[in-house]
Design a protein around this ligand. Sequence first.
Ligand code: ADP
Length: 176
Amino acid sequence: MEKSVLQKIEIRQGDITRLEVDAIVNAANSSLLGGGGVDGAIHRAAGPELLDECRTIGGCPTGEARITGGYRLPAAHVIHTVGPVYHRMNAARAENLLAQCYVNSLTLAAAHGVRSVAFPAISCGVYGYPIADACRVAIDSSCRFLKALPAIEKVVFILFSEGDRQVYERHLASLA
Ligand code: ADP
């Protein structure tokens, strides 16, 4: 992968709701009406106005993305995307839908003038996607997109656990 693209990728460990980026991505469910995990944390940190705006959207199919304000978050926008439930389909279909989450989120980000965006490990919590496979899809699909559309200056992958962060760092290093 080109150096200019790899330099835009940053891997961190911590809480996505604290990040000072233009947009954070929410691993939402298709109702967009809130849930557990990172979704719950984002709604708690953003405040009730986020749910009010989500209610006006009317849901989001798996693999697609929708954008809202960030309200009380440091990020100006939240991009809600719905990852695949891993065990509901074959691995190839899950991989395709997960890649669509990253590409559609980045497309929406670029359309709204977002220059820095942070992703959690979409589908890797209750949706059961194995972290090593999801990491490959996340980084590879994002890098391909960044190559095609240079408006986005920074993509942060933020992982909750030390182990997940190491998986991401190892994969990124393998691309250099
Ligand atoms: P999904 O339903 O898409 O599997 P989850 O919210 O259950 O989504 O989990 C997605 C990932 O987000 C998991 O790896 C989980 O550890 C991580 N996560 C949970 N809370 C946060 C947070 N506040 N910041 C960053 N990552 C988080």
